[in-house]
Design a protein around this ligand. Structure first.
Ligand SMILES: NC(=O)c1ccc[n+]([C@@H]2O[C@H](COP(=O)([O-])OP(=O)(O)OC[C@H]3O[C@@H](n4cnc5c(N)ncnc54)[C@H](O)[C@@H]3O)[C@@H](O)[C@H]2O)c1
Length: 355
């Protein structure tokens, strides 16, 4: 599908889920790249993980905004609050919306289903309705590799069937893609869904394996390695994700009419993943080496004594593996940063932040 170029300068850009991990990094990039305009961050700052990290990321954003010609506005609130979402769209009439706000996490969705429906379904619906009433040039939103469920065919392609989610989280993300398709078709809203593959990096999410394992090892606790280590993950470093989102924001699916004279949905979905799935045990070995190198843990740390190999957890999948050729073809970009470099950056950040 053809793309319509969108210049970001001078525009109002709404990023929900900033200062979440990906959102904060995206906003920092926007403040660095744009020469004028306004970036609005909307986040409810919930305590799913330590909100101090969100405050820290918000401080980084505010510092960057002081040096930027771009105005930054932070609104604390929920995308599930329809009146609030409407008022933000009425005031700023954003040209581009990047919806990253969501309740993330596969395992948490087993015990806390309500918040997934509230944030990921009702919240996303509110964003779509606002895009309908205050037309935007491009709605970009986070989907997830989890939509591929237990698919056996690898690498995962956006042309594959994804009708068998194995967690409520995955079901909400797949629902987002379906809802976006209907709004793209009905109201001619250009929308692009991005299926992210296990994103990691400095000031990332403490609920994710590399970060929670680090916290546990530092406290001398054991780490659990699921499926006895027989997992492969297409780990994607944060800078690669930001590069992908930044490029995609500026190229919206083209509007066109079908034979019936009605709009064809200006709708697209892409994978963003490195395409080099890593064995979980190799990833852990690299993390260990980098933790020692960054002096987070001593050289004689007994890693073997702190590992527990356990079975698969409900909702988890054994493999994720992205086919990102469509992203490369349409936006000239494929994630490139390997786990050595990515984990080095994480451990160095961790060492500075916590010590
Ligand atoms: N990090 C990954 O590996 C990964 C992989 C696939 C998809 N994703 C998706 O990417 C997006 C960003 O993920 P992240 O890793 O930055 O997670 P994150 O939890 O750090 O960021 C999400 C932010 O959204 C906010 N939020 C949650 N519910 C909200 C609501 N109702 N209203 C307003 N704000 C709300 C949170 O406070 C948080 O700051 C999410 O949609 C997530 O599902 C992430």
């Amino acid at each position: 599908m053809g793309k319509t170029s969108i210049g970001l300068n001078g525009r109002n850009i709404l990023v929900t889920g900033s200062p979440g991990f990906i959102g904060a990094n995206l906003v920092l990039r926007l403040l660095g790249e744009m020469t004028s305009g306004t970036v609005i961050s909307l986040d409810n700052m919930n305590d799913y993980y330590d909100p101090a990290l969100k405050s820290y990321r918000l401080e980084l954003i505010e510092k960057a905004a002081e040096k930027s010609n771009v105005r930054h506005v932070f609104v604390k609130g929920s995308i599930a609050d329809k009146a609030l979402v409407d008022s933000i769209f009425a005031e700023y009439k954003p040209s581009v919306v990047v919806n990253l706000a969501a309740q993330a996490g596969v395992r948490y969705s087993i015990d806390h289903p309500d918040v997934y429906i509230e944030s990921n379904i009702i919240g996303f619906y509110n964003i779509l309705e606002a895009c309908r009433h205050y037309p935007v040039e491009h709605l970009v939103y986070a989907s997830s590799s989890s939509v591929y469920g237990g698919n056996k065919k690898v690498p995962f392609s956006v042309d594959d069937k994804v009708d068998n989610p194995v967690s409520l989280y995955a079901a909400t993300k797949k629902s987002n893609e379906l809802l976006a398709h209907s709004y793209s078709k009905l109201y001619n809203i250009p929308s692009t869904g991005l299926r992210f593959f296990t994103v990691y990096g400095p000031a990332g999410r403490p609920d994710m394996f590399y970060f929670s394992a680090t916290n546990k090892l530092v406290k001398g606790e054991n780490i659990k390695i699921f499926n006895y280590g027989n997992c492969k993950r297409d780990f994607t470093y944060i800078d690669d994700i930001v590069e992908g989102v930044y490029r995609v924001m500026q190229g919206a699916p083209e509007k066109a009419n079908g034979e019936d004279g009605l709009p064809l949905p200006p709708y697209a979905v892409y994978n963003i993943g490195g395409g080099t799935p890593e064995n979980l045990l190799d990833y852990i070995s690299t993390l260990q080496e980098e933790l020692v190198r960054a002096k987070v843990l001593p050289e004689n740390y007994d890693f073997e004594a702190h590992r527990e190999l356990v079975g698969m957890q409900a909702g988890d999948v054994p493999v994720t593996y992205a086919d990102s050729t469509a992203l490369e073809k349409d936006y000239g970009f494929t994630p490139k940063i390997g786990i050595r470099e990515g984990l080095r950056n994480f451990t160095e950040w961790y060492s500075g932040f916590y010590k």
